[in-house]
Design a protein around this ligand. Structure first.
Ligand SMILES: Cc1cc2nc3c(=O)[nH]c(=O)nc-3n(C[C@H](O)[C@H](O)[C@H](O)COP(=O)(O)O)c2cc1C
Length: 346
């Protein structure tokens, strides 16, 4: 396959596995890259641990068999004392990771910082420069990333697991607008999991796709089997949005006690009594922090933490290997097109 995304990243198939806290390890990313896509490691597992992150990059290099991979740097909407963004960029730069995926807030100052380092070291050429892709949920944020010098954007619609933004715009409505508005390549995400959804996203104008939920339901993903089974058992109606109250909308599986507690807590919260929502964030963090997920992704207690899950869970009925998924999507998309051609023929 040849699209602007396969050309930009030097990959066989225009399919990315994006950042997933605790799950997007060197092993998972390398498995995706070996299969012909772009695997992406989550840096957030290595807060204040640059040596650990550098080791993870080395592991990915040795497992990826020479194929490119990336690192996701998820930023909080506002900087705080615990912000590790610069350290993550330094590690990626030192390790010569080919692609950085940013998300969460504007990447502008970090792109400028990276390009200055590259200029000073003579790495500001097509071959050596790190490619930046920014993930966001709206065309206006994507435009701002393009102005800041991003090489590509991922735009995720309302269907996605995790953070769909606050505008509630579906993937189907976002892709054509993004395509018509932006000049850099557009990767689409949210609801893509098989040959039909992949073909549809590409027909709408995407240069590539990103998947999250589908990659959790794989043999390679290191998460307790209970979570994988949960995806297989879930319908398209089994997710909900929490954290709207703190302007950090998050699509999660709605069956967990924690998801129900989060929604109940935020809907009964009295904003008058809170100062700028600070107390609410502190209360929510006691149950929704990533540290809690880390424990339960291993012990398989599906009630005890939030679990990002996309609407496409309703279409996922089996645990596959990553090469099987690529075969189904990239081998199968021509069947979808042929069927349409037959149906459209006079
Ligand atoms: C279990 C899980 C954890 C996720 N964690 C993160 C994360 O830490 N950072 C991030 O930017 N996106 C995260 N995401 C979102 C994915 O990177 C991706 O944008 C999303 O899953 C795409 O939608 P889909 O699930 O419909 O394919 C997560 C998704 C899942 C399923």
């Amino acid at each position: 396959m040849k699209t602007r995304i396969t050309e930009l990243f030097g990959i066989k198939y225009p399919i990315l596995q994006s950042g997933m806290q605790w799950l997007a390890s060197a092993e998972l990313a390398a498995a995706v890259s070996r299969a012909g896509g772009l695997g992406i490691i989550s840096a957030t597992r290595f807060m204040d641990n640059k040596p650990g992150l550098l080791e993870e990059f080395e592991k990915a290099k040795s497992l990826a068999e020479g194929k490119p991979f990336g690192v996701n740097i998820s930023m909080l909407p506002h900087k705080d004392y615990s912000d590790c963004t610069v350290m993550f960029f330094e590690a990626a730069y030192e390790a010569r990771v080919p692609v950085i995926e940013t998300s969460g807030r504007s990447p502008a100052e970090y792109i400028q910082m990276l390009r200055e380092w590259e200029k000073a070291d003579g790495r500001d050429n097509e071959h050596d420069r790190i490619k930046i892709i920014h993930k966001c949920p709206s065309v206006r944020h994507a435009m701002s990333a393009q102005r800041a010098g991003a090489d590509a954007v991922t735009i995720v619609g309302f269907e996605c697991a995790g953070h769909p933004g606050m505008d509630d715009v579906s993937t189907m409505a976002l892709i054509p607008v993004a395509k018509d508005t932006l000049s850099i390549p557009v990767v689409a995400g949210g609801g893509i999991c098989d040959k039909r959804t992949f073909t549809a996203a590409m027909a709408l104008g995407a240069d590539g796709v990103v998947m999250g939920t589908r990659f959790v339901a794989t043999k390679e993903c290191e998460i307790h089997e209970n979570w994988k089974q949960l995806i297989l058992d879930s319908k398209e109606t089994d997710t909900m949005i929490v954290q709207r109250s703190v302007r950090n909308a998050n699509r999660v599986w709605k069956g967990s006690d924690t998801a129900q507690w989060t929604l109940a807590t935020e809907t009964s919260w009295d904003p008058e009594a809170d100062h700028g929502g600070k107390q609410l964030i502190d209360v929510l963090l006691t149950r929704i922090s990533g540290k809690i997920q880390r424990v339960h992704y291993i012990d398989g207690d599906t009630g005890a933490c939030l679990f990002p899950m996309g609407l496409c869970a309703g279409q996922i009925h089996d645990i596959k290997t990553i090469p099987e998924i690529f075969e189904e999507i990239c081998g199968g998309c021509n069947e979808v097109l042929d069927k349409l051609r037959d149906e459209f023929a006079d």
